[in-house]
Write a protein that binds this ligand. Structure first.
Ligand code: PGA
Length: 256
């Protein structure tokens, strides 16, 4: 377990809110978190809402994140968005390789690797790299192998320098949006595997300085407490429960 003030909670609003709804929820979050100074709170709206959300968040401790980025910096890449554009919109974080993107738009870890490198090269944006096993992999005892393999593919050739931070979001695919979070003890086991794999790849001093490991998958305020005392957990990535300001605030208060 690391210092609580280094913990982070990330709201992933996915494609759930239009611009008016994003404005409304952002304003409610600003109000809720106005005197909050624990850890780091991040919200990730859709791309067209980023700039407006940034304006709404401007005097608040809440940080802005994107749900996706492309690896090239400029050019003929219809529909994509660059790191430079995200920085321009005020983003400090970016989710990379969410399992929904891997499932619905066929992102793979080769692409994730390019995105991680592009983000790290900015020396400003912090990547939130998603990994996690599916149900079949869990049932057939492949979790350790899958997590190590995904980390190696996502982070192979990545060079961590200076103050660069990287967040690994462990999201067992079967737990996302299912209403059934993972047992905290099982999450702790996976976080330990991730930590050991990272130590092997980057060395313990770099991992302790630069990496945080967070859990995502059906977290809400009634179960968040069970995740407060597990080892190697530096925060949470919250989907459904982040669409309600009061509920998200309750989770943040518990975990941060
Ligand atoms: P959930 O989503 O909290 O609704 O399960 C988490 C995520 O996909 O990031």
């Amino acid at each position: 377990m690391i210092d609580k003030n280094n913990r982070i909670i990330v709201a992933n609003w996915k494609m759930n809110l239009n611009l008016a709804e994003t404005r409304d929820l952002s304003a409610k979050m600003v109000e809720k978190f106005k005197d909050f100074n624990e850890g780091t709170v991040v919200v990730c709206p859709n791309h067209i809402s980023l700039s407006e959300t940034k304006n709404i968040l401007k005097d608040s401790p809440i940080k802005l994140g994107s749900q996706h980025v492309y690896w090239e910096s400029k050019g003929a890449y219809t529909g994509e968005i660059s790191t430079e554009m995200l920085l321009e919109a005020g983003c400090e974080y970016v989710i990379i390789g969410h399992s929904e993107r891997r499932k619905y738009v066929l992102e793979n870890y080769e692409m994730v690797n390019k995105m991680v490198k592009a983000v790290i090269n900015t020396e400003k944006l912090i990547p939130i790299v998603c990994i996690g096993e599916n149900w079949d992999e869990r049932k057939t005892d492949k979790v350790d192998f899958v997590l190590v393999d995904q980390l190696q593919q996502a982070l192979g050739g990545v060079n961590i320098v200076g103050n660069q931070q990287v967040i690994i979001a462990y999201e067992p695919i079967w737990a996302i949006g299912s209403g059934n979070a993972m047992e905290p003890s099982e999450a702790e086991y996976s976080h330990k595997i991730i930590k050991l794999a990272l130590n092997g790849m980057f060395g313990m001093p770099t991992v302790n300085r630069s990496f945080r490991i967070i859990y995502g998958g059906s977290i809400n305020s009634s179960i968040a407490k069970d995740f407060t005392n597990i080892d190697y957990l530096d925060g949470l990535l919250v989907g459904g429960a982040s669409l309600d300001a009061e509920e998200f605030y309750k989770v943040a208060k518990i975990i941060l």
